[in-house]
Ligand binder design. Structure first.
Ligand code: ATP
Length: 298
């Protein structure tokens, strides 16, 4: 067995309780992944199989990878964390073989959740070489794996992630492949309060006004909130180095850190708004429009 491919397996102890917000997505995942994995006989009785694919898209740092990890953990599945760069190989046919062997490994270790980041890089313009035949054969290989043409995909769930869903090959979005395309937005106000609370739990803190912090961080991603917490911790460490006194992290420190860190989702939302205006004929991006139309998000 190829040792490299084994390294794509990650152990994960993240649970749904570690994830602030994302309630609709958690429900969707419970219904489509966790429940079928735990109760395969019920699905068989109704003539349905566990397994399939969901495509997650949204701005960076909003928890696509994190929820994929938690999903695998929640259903005791083997977690494969793959970026397309792990698969791509300059030698003809090698990328396809690697992809096939990865799926075979996942089938042997089933139930498995295969998370594939930057799924847009599979077959899009960035890969174009000459007539783009190489990119095409890799997409076709991926489609074969998803369709389970030659193999059994029972108990294999594929979660794809992308920041640029409009570049994802349309063949991947057909039924039976990525059946669902789900928007992972920046966390809403209650989720932000919860994320602050989760990130600061166990740290030396004063009584923190989480509601105030959440109100001041509209459009901050979870990763931005993590950066804010780290900046506040740095303020305290610097103070401790100067004074020799270990102070507690306060709301004020966090507000100061917020001033220094800008939300990173704004650019993504701006670009997406333009795309969505002209390419939403199928209603695929309605969730983004709903998000942008909500006054409190603007
Ligand atoms: P990218 O598009 O850049 O790959 P992503 O959407 O996959 O980003 P993650 O890597 O999942 O983002 O999230 C970044 C970090 O933010 C995570 O490692 C985790 O620590 C934290 N995080 C993300 N979402 C949440 C959440 N809902 N609750 C708590 N922490 C979160």
């Amino acid at each position: 067995m190829n040792q490299d491919l084994e390294s794509l397996i990650e152990s994960t102890n993240v649970t749904f309780n570690d994830i602030g917000g994302m309630n609709d997505l958690k429900e969707e995942i419970k219904l489509n992944i966790i429940y079928p994995f735990k109760n395969p006989e019920l699905f068989i009785q109704y003539g349905r199989k566990a397994g399939g694919g969901i495509l997650l898209y949204g701005p960076p740092g909003c928890g696509k990878t994190y929820i994929a990890k938690a999903t695998a953990n929640e259903c005791n599945a083997t977690f494969f964390n793959i970026s397309i760069a792990d698969i791509l190989d300059m030698h003809v046919g090698t990328s396809e073989r690697k992809l096939h062997e990865t799926f075979q490994l996942a089938r042997r270790k089933a139930p498995s959740v295969i998370f594939i980041d930057e799924i847009d890089a599979l077959g899009n313009d960035r890969m174009k070489t000459g007539e783009n035949v190489y990119a095409r054969t890799l997409v076709n290989q991926f489609l074969n794996e998803l369709d389970g043409l030659a193999s059994d995909n029972t108990s294999i769930m594929v979660l794809g992630a992308t920041n640029v869903p409009w570049f994802v090959d349309t063949a991947l979005k057909r039924p039976g492949r990525f059946d669902k395309t789900i928007f992972v937005p920046p966390p809403e106000v209650n989720a932000r309060a919860k994320i602050f609370e989760l990130l600061l739990s166990g740290k030396p803190i004063e009584n923190i006004d989480y509601k105030l912090l959440a109100a001041k961080t509209n459009r901050y991603s979870a990763a931005d909130i993590k950066a804010v917490c780290n900046a506040a911790i740095d303020i305290k460490i610097r103070e401790a180095m100067k004074t020799g006194q270990k102070g507690l992290i306060s709301t004020q420190d966090l507000l100061q850190a917020i001033q220094k860190i800008n939300p990173t989702t704004t650019e993504w939302l701006y670009t997406t708004e333009n795309y969505v205006k002209y390419s939403n004929q199928s209603g695929m991006y309605d969730a983004v429009l709903d998000y942008l139309n909500k006054k409190e998000n603007n």
